[in-house]
Design a protein around this ligand. Structure first.
Ligand code: HEM
Ligand code: HEM
Length: 228
């Protein structure tokens, strides 16, 4: 079996299986966590307003803007760049439509009645380049900032690596750079599979947990009477 056949066949099946089971396992684990009973008198009877934190913590408070603007802008830049490159590139859409059809047995367009919009390869490569630049900048920041370096562990660096890898290999494949096209596509797919396999086990799970934890924190803060 050659590399591409492996990457499109068993490699992909295993990666998706590990991703789905791993994410469900982790989410069920988080939901079943027993909170310690809080015996203190609540300062606020209702805590629903605390859920506002889900939205308001998506950007820094005015007081912290100067010290966090750099990482905030870079963070948004690479998340958006990554998602655009993944979701609005024609070969990717064809791949997702195939998966959609394989799983549900129906055509995406028939179900939603719309065609998935996409950008040209050139535009996707632009988003890819911006994503790579922003990811390199956050890595440099992590290494040169003494505090950030001290609190960083293997998970931080490896999660960074599996995030940047599919973008770099995708750009190499698009440009036909470095190896025969078949090999480049195989490596591109394998890098995505590495991302899927690592996803549930490290901090990338934040994609599923970040809003849950912000909401919980908001409700706990409000119970304690904090001004939100
Ligand atoms: C709904 C989806 C997601 C949300 C809301 C989200 C949110 C966040 C937030 C709030 C941070 C910390 C802030 C920062 O360092 O700038 C962060 C960091 C990070 N995210 Fe996400 N994220 C999402 C999906 C993803 C996905 C799918 C990936 C990778 C494929 C990813 C990769 C990363 C990485 C690598 C970092 C750390 C950056 C660093 O080293 O400083 N995120 N994300
Ligand atoms: C700028 C960023 C990217 C570029 C330029 C790019 C480019 C490409 C190219 C040229 C192909 C092959 C098309 C073909 O000949 O069949 C491809 C396929 C694919 N890419 Fe990307 N890619 C990028 C980012 C990503 C990311 C971030 C992911 C996932 C995390 C991803 C997942 C895939 C998948 C699943 C396929 C389908 C492979 C197949 O045909 O079996 N790509 N991409």
């Amino acid at each position: 079996m050659d590399l591409l056949t492996f990457a499109r066949g068993p490699g992909l099946q295993w990666a998706v299986t590990i991703f789905v089971i791993g994410v469900l396992w982790k989410l069920v684990g988080v939901i079943l966590l027993r909170a310690k009973p809080d015996l203190s008198e609540p300062r606020n009877p209702s805590t629903w307003k605390g859920l506002r934190l889900i939205i308001t913590r998506s950007w820094p408070r005015k007081e912290f803007l100067r010290s966090t603007a750099f990482t905030e802008v870079l963070g948004y830049t690479f998340h958006i760049g990554f998602l655009v490159a993944l979701l609005f590139y024609l070969p990717h859409i064809l791949f997702f439509e195939d998966v959609f059809k394989g799983v549900l047995g129906v055509n995406f367009q028939q179900v939603f009645g719309v065609q998935w919009p996409y950008f040209s390869g050139g535009v996707i490569n632009f988003f890819g380049a911006v994503t790579v630049a922003a990811l390199i900048a956050v890595l440099i920041h992590r290494i040169v900032s003494p505090v950030k370096r001290l609190i960083s562990n293997f998970d931080d660096y490896f999660s960074w690596f599996v995030t940047i890898a599919p973008v770099v290999t995708g750009m190499l494949a698009y440009g036909h750079v470095g190896a025969p096209y078949q090999t480049l596509i195989a490596v591109h797919l394998l890098s995505m599979e590495l991302l899927l396999v690592w996803f549930p086990f490290g901090k990338l799970m934040h994609a599923f947990t970040v809003f849950l934890s912000r909401g919980t924190e908001g409700m706990q803060f409000e119970r304690k009477g904090a001004s939100l």
